[in-house]
Write a protein that binds this ligand. Structure first.
Ligand code: AMP
Length: 283
């Protein structure tokens, strides 16, 4: 496994491989890799001839008061994990390598959903994500790319971007990897104190209870939301949003769910200073 730091060198390595007919899988990450990232890497290794894991803490997707500076960084350990799972390359460019002219003036935006849900609380976040993912697609020339459903809105927007802009890339969704307790794995879980971590279980427990209620026939959007809200609030979490939305277009449901509706509940909440997101598909 090789660590590559520049755009030119990655292209020089991958272009000939592509020409030989090898399929290239890309796993974009911000580093501090855990078993959630591992599941994406394994999928790529299983399906593609060559797997590239990008490790890039992308400054343009962070707001001014967010955790860019304290985000965990450990490239060496990340490279070891990627190698142990069969990845071929780790692409770890510097910020100057990715943005030599400073923040890019050409950005990719989603006009409809970039300021909803996570985007409502993180202005500019999704255009930062879509822009860096587009750059990584173009730099790597990948055929396949792997994203986790943990970031449900993100993978939805990436799938739409790929369709809208005719990227010749197949996007693969990977299910959320959770701790045994139910807590969704996240690099940000490292920020949680012991108490906060216990309290944060209220997110996945609330989502599970909502799914159980749905399975037993509950179809009221407000009642399903309330189950999750109450669980988090009882555990001292500060809720940003709990929304019951359509899996197909991420539009909000209200009233009573219909038999044909495909539903996912999206959540963001703070425990202490740590913002966590999670979601569950009800059907
Ligand atoms: P990040 O490094 O947080 O930007 O995440 C990189 C990729 O890993 C994204 O596609 C995430 O959705 C995915 N990911 C992060 N945590 C998990 C998890 N617990 N389960 C599945 N995928 C995950």
């Amino acid at each position: 496994m090789q660590i590559v730091n520049t755009v030119d060198s990655l292209r020089k390595i991958l272009k000939p491989l592509s020409k030989q007919g090898k399929t290239i899988g890309l796993v974009p990450t911000m580093g501090a890799l855990h078993a959630g990232h591992g599941a994406l890497i394994k999928e790529s290794v299983k399906n593609c001839d060559v797997t590239v894991v990008s490790v890039f803490l992308n400054p343009i997707q962070f707001g001014k008061n967010e955790d860019l500076d304290k985000y965990p960084k450990r490239l060496e350990a990340d490279a070891k994990l990627a190698e142990s799972l069969g990845a071929d390359y780790v692409f770890a460019p510097s910020v100057a390598e990715m943005y030599p002219e400073g923040d890019p003036l050409t950005m990719v935006r989603d006009e409809s959903l970039e300021s909803m849900y996570c985007g409502a609380y993180r202005p500019g976040h999704f255009r930062g994500v879509l822009t860096v993912v587009s750059k990584l697609f173009l730099i790597s020339g990948c055929d396949h790319a792997y994203f986790g459903e943990k970031d449900y809105q993100q993978v939805f927007l990436i799938e739409r971007m790929v369709k809208d802009l005719n990227f010749d890339i197949q996007i693969h969704r990977v299910k959320i990897v959770r701790e045994e307790s139910g807590l969704a794995l996240s690099s940000r879980n490292e920020y949680l104190s012991e108490d906060e971590r216990k309290n944060a279980l209220s997110i996945s427990l609330g989502l599970r209870d909502a799914k159980d209620a749905y399975a037993k026939g509950e179809r009221s959007v407000s009642k399903l939301r309330d189950i999750v809200l109450k669980s988090i609030i009882a555990a001292h979490g500060i809720v940003q949003f709990v929304e019951v939305v359509n899996q197909k277009d991420l539009q909000k449901f209200s009233g009573i769910l219909g038999a044909e509706d495909k539903v996912v509940i999206l959540v963001a909440a703070f425990f202490g200073k740590t913002r966590l997101i999670d979601n569950i598909e009800l059907n």
